[in-house]
Ligand binder design. Sequence first.
Ligand SMILES: [Zn+2]
Length: 201
Amino acid sequence: MKYSEAKPGRIFILRLEDGDILHEAVEMFACAHRIQAAALIVLGGADEGSKLVVGPEQGRSQPIIPMEHVLTGVHEVAGVGTLFPNASGQPVLHMHIAGGREEKAVTGCIRRGVKVWHVMEVVLWELTEATAQRLPDAATGFELLQACRLKEREVPWKRFLRECDNCAGKRGAQQFPSVTSGQSAKVKSRFGWELESNVQG
Ligand SMILES: [Zn+2]
């Protein structure tokens, strides 16, 4: 086990809306509000067609091949997640949700696109002075959380504040056009779904 320390920051209440893509909406919000790290809970509905990663095909073999599950029908979901910057300073949400429909339930990772069905309540606890990052891991090929010290990761951490890709409008230009307080923007999700971003003061 490795660990680092952080301090409590702001708390945000988000209500995601019909058609929002969970991780995209949260990451865009984090960029817009300069949230470097956070812990989150979510509660709401996931639409059919949402995709979950539901484990590796084999437990201990290389390469790791993730299994994908596509939701059939709307599911009631509850999830927990963490948000930390990757090596280039972009905030990345890692979240698992459990979703149920009638007597069946499935739990998985949301990175492939979970589409909100009408409502998703989110409570986001910002973590300030956090030094942890998601960095490429040679053994798994994934970006995994490193509880590193600030002085070792000083440059990427500062880059996040200065030129997060989404905010700077590089890679994220179509995902998050520079929206200022009180405005909203329709953006095309990477998953082909449209979502609307509202930014409030
Ligand atoms: Zn995961």
